[in-house]
Design a protein around this ligand. Sequence first.
Ligand SMILES: *[C@@H]1O[C@H](CO)[C@@H](O)[C@H](O)[C@H]1NC(C)=O
Ligand SMILES: *[C@@H]1O[C@H](CO)[C@@H](O)[C@H](O)[C@H]1NC(C)=O
Ligand SMILES: *[C@@H]1O[C@H](CO)[C@@H](O)[C@H](O)[C@H]1NC(C)=O
Ligand SMILES: *[C@@H]1O[C@H](CO)[C@@H](O)[C@H](O)[C@H]1NC(C)=O
Ligand SMILES: *[C@@H]1O[C@H](CO)[C@@H](O)[C@H](O)[C@H]1NC(C)=O
Ligand SMILES: *[C@@H]1O[C@H](CO)[C@@H](O)[C@H](O)[C@H]1NC(C)=O
Ligand SMILES: *[C@@H]1O[C@H](CO)[C@@H](O)[C@H](O)[C@H]1NC(C)=O
Length: 676
Amino acid sequence: MVIASFKSLHFLLGLFVSLKLLALAQEENQFIYHGFTGANLLLSEIAKIHPNGLLELTNTSKQQIGRAFFPFPFQFNTSLFNNSRSLSFSTQFAFSMVPELPTLGGQGMAFAISPSVDFTGAVAAQYFGILNSTSDGLPSNHLLAVELDTVQSQDLKDINESHVGIDVNSLISIESAPVTYFSDEEKENKSLTLISGHAMHVWIDYDEVEMLLNVTVAPVTRTKPTLPLLSTPLDLSSVMLNSMYVGFSSSTGAMASNNYILGWSFNRGGQAQSLDVSKLPTLPTRRKSRKKPQLRIVVPTITAIILLVAISGDVFIIRRKKYEELREDWEQEYGPQRISYKDLYKATKGFTDKELLGCGGFGKVYRGVLPSSNMQVAVKKVSHDSRQGTKEFVAEIVSMGRLRHRNLVQLFGYCRRKGELLLVYDYMPNGSLDKLLFRNETPSLNWGRRYQIIRGVASALLYLHEEWEQVVLHRDVKASNVLLDADLNGRLGDFGLAKFHDHGSTPQTTKVVGTVGYLAPEITRTGKSTTCSDVFSFGTFMLEVACGRKPVESERPPEEVVLVDWVLECWNRGAILGTVDPRIEGNHVEEEMEVVLKLGLLCTHRTPAARPSMRQTVQYLDGNATLPDLPLHGAGIGLVPVSNEVSREHVLTIPISSDEISSYSLSDSESILSGR
Ligand SMILES: *[C@@H]1O[C@H](CO)[C@@H](O)[C@H](O)[C@H]1NC(C)=O
Ligand SMILES: *[C@@H]1O[C@H](CO)[C@@H](O)[C@H](O)[C@H]1NC(C)=O
Ligand SMILES: *[C@@H]1O[C@H](CO)[C@@H](O)[C@H](O)[C@H]1NC(C)=O
Ligand SMILES: *[C@@H]1O[C@H](CO)[C@@H](O)[C@H](O)[C@H]1NC(C)=O
Ligand SMILES: *[C@@H]1O[C@H](CO)[C@@H](O)[C@H](O)[C@H]1NC(C)=O
Ligand SMILES: *[C@@H]1O[C@H](CO)[C@@H](O)[C@H](O)[C@H]1NC(C)=O
Ligand SMILES: *[C@@H]1O[C@H](CO)[C@@H](O)[C@H](O)[C@H]1NC(C)=O
């Protein structure tokens, strides 16, 4: 008897516990957060919650990841009413992306539904900390994500630099769109900028009966637009597992933004609760933001200003002159790319010689720290006669700022003064390649690094030639224009700048654009640069890196003065490896060295059409294609046979005397972004 009642008590208790659990589970079919103070979220990498409740996924540190996931998975295998599978869900959240520099976003963020919160192996930048290049696309990922992307990644087929995309198992979106919202009052689509820093509201709704995934975005101040931005037919039955986590993952890349989530609601099965905008935490005030002054303060302030001006009129005028800029109407559309002279002046401590990194044909380069973002930059001061072509040139510079590649030096913005143009670039702490290559200290740059740098520069050139929306010619590929970042990756700088000579006043160099020794012979004939002439310069550059010497060294024995001819001659003798930089001390991979030297010769073929394209060049370097057999003892290297001259007069088509060579002093003739 006693035993029986004990049993029933036990049963009752058990029933109670399971009922309680069920209730909990039902409650946990949805949640809502207005700010995240005290929220029990799974935070990983650099994500953190501010005291005011703001969830910060990333800050302005580069190449970082920040994630925040709801701590328990949702069961998608039960419907609220019966035991059948139900995949419907709805979520809304408010976010803000505050970039380090006004116009350049640093990657972005994704709302993700994933079977696990273990993202080991996932990488930052374009993979948002949820996938990597090998896991991307695998059906076993069981991943659904909605990305808010602020950088155009060619390899992931992004449509442009500010878009929303729906991703299933892969960050190559199944559908994406530039960010707009439908204004119900005006009956038209309005464009939004993800990196405006303003808070925005996102709604994501999936209905398993309709099999439609809707994504809607609007400024946080507006109600949900009646038309979604994306409404994509999608069958999630094979994507979703029974148990799935929901959350956010965000990343930064070469550029970075502060990415915040202000509020979030989710519902599995029904409509997510609406966020109350008034309850959301406030964003940190921007250092540069100017609040509207109140009238009470305005009147005395104005009086004070007038007084001040009256008293120190002279000082005022002097200060104004000091920071004076040149601004014209047509520049208005480039507003955000414009960086004020005052900021640059402060950044470089008044362009003091202490901050001078280098100088050369184009002008001087200073190191600086931008006061608004504490960011290290290199400021290039180019003397520029604003007579003609300025408009086209500035337009070009601004569009160069939109180029993104890990092996290009990022251009952030510009400023214009009378007779002067200032260009602001990412600071490269390890200086230019030629300085490392030609210094006599040991240990020298090893072969592995050199090969990596060559491949990096090749992929940057391929991007400029074929992968961007326009064909960009570099026109001045050479070791002194390759800079090394903190990880010693090679980054091509000064792209397109050589064209400057066409537009502005011509500095000391000749009319021909480029640098002696790297110039393709046809340029001296036609004066026109092409992708083939960039390939020629790249060929010379490869030989330069492999042989550890400049393309023209007049103090050498006559047969060795011109690098390309010397390598060709050694190759004809079957002794091509005799040209390898002795500082490598034989520690190189023979096959790689041979590819580089032979490819160097192929790229510097005097017939432009015989040179490989950058795409082929990259394939040869990556070992994805075998170099065509170069006939030994034949002058007709390459695809188009040329006549049987012994020397192909690579560079010497330009008659240069030896004192001209020294006055061009190949490595010093150009400004160098960094290093000492
Ligand atoms: C970003 O956050 C990480 C982790 O909290 C911290 O180590 C780093 O210094 C922060 N970076 C900046 C630029 O604040
Ligand atoms: C279970 O409930 C859902 C939602 O009400 C309904 O659509 C579905 O038809 C039901 N399934 C079964 C097997 O009754
Ligand atoms: C990619 O991620 C997977 C896990 O998803 C990991 O096993 C793999 O090692 C990663 N690959 C690379 C190249 O990091
Ligand atoms: C990319 O965005 C721009 C506006 O930033 C827009 O004009 C353009 O149409 C978009 N491209 C595509 C392919 O949607
Ligand atoms: C607005 O955008 C939506 C979705 O991108 C599109 O279907 C619709 O036609 C657009 N409407 C107008 C008036 O442009
Ligand atoms: C998605 O949008 C379409 C078109 O506006 C609408 O018919 C549908 O009901 C929406 N579905 C959800 C789940 O919001
Ligand atoms: C749903 O799936 C989870 C995890 O796979 C499992 O533990 C649970 O028993 C399932 N529930 C039902 C009702 O099938």
